[in-house]
Design a protein around this ligand. Structure first.
Ligand code: PGA
Length: 247
């Protein structure tokens, strides 16, 4: 467990502040860092805090490169459900990151296999210094859904019914949620130098506890993080409720 540091914060704001501070420490040490970024509800507070720090003159993103974990497929970049839109709305429109340093899988690609290949190669060329992750209710990280094996590199994936249901809160109804996505694979994620996983709310407590202390299995994709050498997990009180080491 020496590879996993756990911070259980009092509430979501504290979680977000701690997370942004860790990202700031990374950027202070290496201004040209490559950050892996995530979407979903959980990192929104972190992005707000990063924007606040940027506006306060405490952060500079001019040399930063980013790779997002995933994107629905197909989806128009301009759609307000796309992860391109999400990242602009919550972070990119408010900081000084150059457009050409932002990478998100292309939901408009004509050939999804070629797009995945290219995305993986681009990540391999620069490496990721710090990868931000959420965890799905089913243990997914990025869109690596529970399966019989750990998917390796960036790939096209069919979304789990539970993910479609969970993400339908962002759409008019469940039918509008795209059924597929492009996502970094487990190997892609595991190659990041550092991992920062955030979990908020009671709904994540059990799956997170299983991921950290249970069997390493592709049925709970986040469990693979037990094999990574540098993982930091930040939870609020509710999500961290069950994180008592087992004998
Ligand atoms: P959430 O999603 O942050 O919206 O809970 C996490 C995830 O699905 O990875």
């Amino acid at each position: 467990m020496n590879n996993i540091k756990i911070f259980t914060e009092e509430n979501y704001s504290e979680l977000s502040r701690r997370s942004a501070q860790i990202i700031k420490t990374q950027l202070d040490a290496k201004p040209a860092s490559v950050l892996g970024l995530a979407t979903g509800s959980t990192p929104i507070g972190t992005y707000e805090e990063l924007v606040r720090l940027y506006k306060a003159g405490e952060l500079d993103f001019s040399q930063v490169t980013t790779f997002n974990l995933d994107e629905y497929f197909p989806i128009a970049k301009a759609s307000d459900q796309s992860y391109v839109f999400f990242m602009r709305k919550h972070l990119f429109d408010f900081i000084n990151i150059p457009d050409e340093k932002i990478n998100i899988p292309n939901g408009e690609a004509t050939n999804h296999a070629a797009e995945c290949d290219e995305y993986e190669k681009k990540i391999a060329a620069s490496g990721i210094d710090l990868q931000l992750l959420g965890i799905g209710n089913n243990g997914h990280i990025a869109f690596n859904e529970p399966a019989d094996y750990f998917p390796s590199v960036t790939h096209y994936v069919k979304l789990d019914d539970t993910t479609i249901k969970a993400n339908s809160r962002f759409f008019q109804n469940e039918n509008e949620v795209p059924r597929h996505a492009l996502t970094m694979g487990i190997k892609t994620i595991m190659q990041a130098k550092k991992i920062l996983l955030l979990a908020s709310g009671a709904g994540k407590a059990e799956i997170l506890c299983e991921a950290i202390f249970g069997t390493i299995t592709p049925k709970n994709p986040a469990s693979v993080l037990q094999l990574h050498h540098d993982v930091t997990i930040i939870t609020d009180k509710e999500a961290g409720n069950l994180l008592i080491p087992r004998q």
